[in-house]
Design a protein around this ligand. Structure first.
Ligand code: NAD
Length: 439
């Protein structure tokens, strides 16, 4: 089948590359000329493990290409995906749909034959019907169907998630749209991934409800971690014991500095706004948002506490600034709250992150960057671990301690063992765990 993928960001690029690997002919389109030029050279504009080689393989097979020419990409396309951004709208927290609507209008004008337009972007209830109205207004003479196909991939594991999803959700109002999506995802049905067909509205809401549920679990275990600190329990033991209950399961019960990223913050906010607009407030989601926002700020107090409440003039090494490991995505990362606050309080911050610098340097002005964690920690009073990249898990803690001036290790992802950190000479602070006695 022939696919046009409009928007070549984290979702559009991964989806386009994976569809081409299924054997479909895919043209990935973006307005950003520089991105398309990079892709044509074989370079990836984002860091996503495995993406570069998978793209190269399918380009070489003649199934995948990149273009800024929308009209040419639409020629003969069986499905046109819209995978553009839906960030938070300035001022009111609703999803900003201007990119989706602009893309729909451009697609409508450029289409030459009947077809199916598929919204892959995360969009609030009612958006797919509005896209249908736009297409009918722009091209009243063409039969154009709309389908909602929200994406559930996780950055850092995006290819695996796309190739082996728990489910594919398709909202569609016509049999033709269902047939096209069924054919596109057929390689997955052979691997037993169910396609869940619903109405347009239900598909739109499934995506938001899923993200809100995951954000709620994270926020819940973060509050339990806080309680652990007050009552002497260990949140790792508590989360494990809770997760062994098969009704609950172990996923998304890892305490940390608060969720960030390109999806949870904006999607929980947009869902809360949808609830308010529909006169059906989502009080749990509203609380999750407030608790998570406050948590990121409170992490600064935790770090300050580990430095005797004196940040001015202190040297702090920050390990990891992307919102999670295995991505270069900095959107809404806890580091964007924590690092400026530390610098604002007079601390000198040196960052080590294997893929964060390209995006992060402009977003975190005033910080120094080092590629090597031991160099970043040299003469530091404290190390703050914000993102649990694998490269930080196996560090030689005794060596790390020996290059520092101070002894504070603030582990906001609980990747080290308290006893191990204490044995290396650290004054170790983590989340929701009792401190080990100093060695
Ligand atoms: P992104 O910002 O990385 O990419 C969007 C791309 O669309 C950009 O390259 C931009 O230049 C391009 N674009 C915008 N308007 C265009 C137009 N009219 N024509 C051509 N290109 C256009 O965004 P993303 O992270 O890939 O997210 C896209 C959507 O997918 C969002 O709705 C997001 O919520 C959703 N989503 C994201 C993830 C994730 O992990 N990033 C996961 C699931 C769903």
């Amino acid at each position: 089948m022939r696919v046009a993928m409009i928007g070549t960001g984290y979702v559009g690029l991964v989806s386009g590359v994976c569809f081409s690997d299924f054997g479909h002919d895919v043209v990935c389109v973006d307005k950003a000329q520089a991105k398309i030029e990079m892709l044509r050279r074989g370079d990836m504009p984002i860091y996503e493990p495995g993406l570069e080689s998978l793209a190269a393989r399918n380009v070489a097979a003649g199934r995948l290409s990149f273009s800024t020419d929308l009209a040419a990409a639409l020629d003969g396309a069986d499905a046109v995906f819209i995978a553009v951004g839906t960030p938070t709208r300035r001022g009111d927290g609703h999803a900003d749909l201007s990119y989706v609507y602009a893309a729909a209008e451009e697609v409508g004008r450029a289409m030459t034959a009947p077809g199916v337009v598929v919204i892959k972007s995360t969009v609030p209830v009612g958006t797919n019907r509005e896209v249908l109205r736009i297409l009918r207004r722009v091209r009243p003479e063409l039969v154009i169907d709309v389908a909602s196909n929200p994406e559930f991939l996780r950055e850092g594991a995006a290819i695996e998630d796309f190739m082996r999803p728990d489910r594919v959700v398709v909202g569609a109002a016509t049999e033709r749209a269902r047939d096209v999506l069924r054919a596109l995802y057929r390689p997955l049905s052979l691997r037993d991934a169910p396609i869940h067909f619903t109405s347009l509205e239900s598909a739109e809401l499934i995506k938001y409800a899923a993200n809100a549920m995951l954000a709620t679990r994270i926020t819940f275990i973060n509050e339990i971690a806080d309680l652990c600190e007050h009552v002497g329990a260990d949140v790792q033991d508590v989360a494990h014991g809770v997760g062994l209950d098969r009704r609950i399961g172990p996923k998304f019960l890892h305490p940390g500095p608060g969720y960030g990223g390109s999806c949870f913050p904006k999607d929980t906010l947009a869902l809360a706004r949808t609830g308010q607009s529909a006169n059906s407030p989502l009080r749990i989601v509203e609380t999750v948002i407030a608790v998570n926002d406050a948590r990121k700020r409170r992490m600064v107090e935790k770090i300050s506490g580990a430095l005797d409440d004196r940040l001015a003039g202190r040297r702090i090494a920050v390990f990891g600034v992307t919102f999670k490991p295995d991505t270069d995505d900095m959107r809404e990362a806890p580091s964007l709250v924590v690092v400026p606050a530390l610098i604002g309080a007079g601390a000198a911050v040196t960052i080590c992150d294997p893929h964060g610098r390209k995006e992060g340097e402009a977003l975190l002005p005033g910080a120094a960057w080092r590629e090597d964690p031991y160099e970043a920690a040299a003469a530091a009073d404290a190390i703050v671990l914000l993102t649990e990249w694998n490269m930080f898990r196996g560090l030689d803690l005794a060596r790390l301690r020996s290059v520092m001036s101070g002894d504070a290790l603030v582990d906001l992802r609980n990747i080290y063992r308290p006893a191990e950190a204490a044995a290396a000479g650290f004054a170790y602070t983590s989340i929701g765990r009792p401190a080990a006695a100093p060695a």
